[in-house]
Design a protein around this ligand. Structure first.
Ligand SMILES: [Ca+2]
Ligand SMILES: [Ca+2]
Length: 332
């Protein structure tokens, strides 16, 4: 009886194997999808001007850090303009597609230069190549930082199709602000499929180089961006004077083993001590705090905006905060 059954079921069993096989593949994929996770956090949610913003995180599979991947990081300012555009290798990722080969300070026809005077136009030359066998859409990013880790320029000098196998270059002008701190500056460039805010990712880790805004000091080391045990740690600074105040948006993304991940985070940049919200910390703020001196939560004349250290009273420590921030300014 059993033998007969076996014979009868020979073909179905083959089919059954196939179905089983497909089911295993399918459930493997499902399990696989569920276990990769991109984590992105900032060390604070509110920063005063002059503070350093720290963004950390990792990509994990089954809770263990993935060692080789590329983080695409975009930060938009409160007006929605690019502030930070980076593509950071975590470990030694493999990559295909469009790759930035070089980025450097140059003259207007692409000859390398080592320094530029502040208050003038500098030029940056970027060279990129499409290593893939098909044409690819690409956005080439440019991000410039002062030596004090303050980003001062971020934009997309090229957005378009890069033909398979081709190498392209571009020289773009970059205004060096007249109030730029003297010393080293850093330039970063990478190729993205599109911006992380448009569901894009980085094709390649960024290339970077340094140049002098004046020639009076020696070049410092490029930020050794990272990356132990699969985590990333990116920092940049907000200027004490001239920052855009309000909410910044972080977009982080990666394409890893054909799976796309994106995370969005907000942080706020505020002007501590600007109690009348006119965009600068000056005598009128000191006057306001002095007039509120001695008020307590629940008592007469209480205004929580004047309690800068949030200890439910306005006293010398609040006056001290205004004095320490005196002269800072920004734009709401
Ligand atoms: Ca003020
Ligand atoms: Ca207080």
């Amino acid at each position: 009886m059993e033998m007969v059954e076996t014979k009868n079921f020979q073909l179905p069993i083959t089919l059954l194997y196939l179905i089983l096989f497909l089911t295993v593949i399918n459930s493997f994929n499902l399990t696989y999808c569920a276990t990769l996770k991109l984590t992105v956090v900032t060390n604070k949610t509110e920063y005063n001007v002059g503070e350093t913003i720290q963004i950390t995180g990792n990509l994990t599979m089954d809770g263990s850090p993935v060692s080789d991947w590329i983080l695409a990081l975009q930060v938009n300012d409160p007006r929605g303009k690019y502030h930070v555009l980076r593509a950071l290798p975590i470990g030694s990722p493999q990559y295909f597609g469009v790759e930035v080969l070089n980025v450097y300070l140059s003259d207007e026809i692409g000859n390398p230069k080592s320094s530029v005077r502040r208050g003038t136009l500098g030029y940056i030359t970027i060279i990129w190549r499409n290593k893939a066998s098909q044409d690819l859409p690409a956005s080439i990013t440019l991000n410039l930082y002062y030596e004090n880790k303050q980003p001062f320029l971020a934009f997309i000098p090229f957005k378009g199709t890069v033909r398979a196998g081709s190498t392209q270059n571009m020289t773009v002008s970059v205004p060096i602000p007249s109030d730029a701190p003297t010393g080293a500056a850093f330039v970063y460039s990478a190729a993205f499929s599109d911006m992380p805010s448009n569901d894009g990712y980085a094709y390649c880790p960024e290339k970077s180089s340094s140049f002098m805004i004046t020639s009076t000091s020696t070049l410092s080391q490029l930020e050794k961006a990272l990356q132990e045990d699969g985590a990333f740690n990116v920092t940049f600074k907000v200027p004490r004077q001239g920052a855009l105040l309000g909410y910044y948006t972080i977009y982080a993304s990666t394409l890893h083993q054909f799976q796309y991940f994106q995370k969005t985070r907000l942080f706020r940049v505020m002007l501590l001590g600007d109690v009348d919200f006119n965009g600068k910390v000056d005598m009128s703020d000191v006057g306001i705090i002095l007039r509120a001196y001695g008020t307590k939560k629940g008592g007469q004349g209480w205004n929580p905006d004047y309690d800068l250290n949030k200890d439910d009273k306005v006293d010398m420590s609040d006056v001290g905060i205004v004095l320490r921030n005196y002269g800072n300014y920004g734009t709401y």
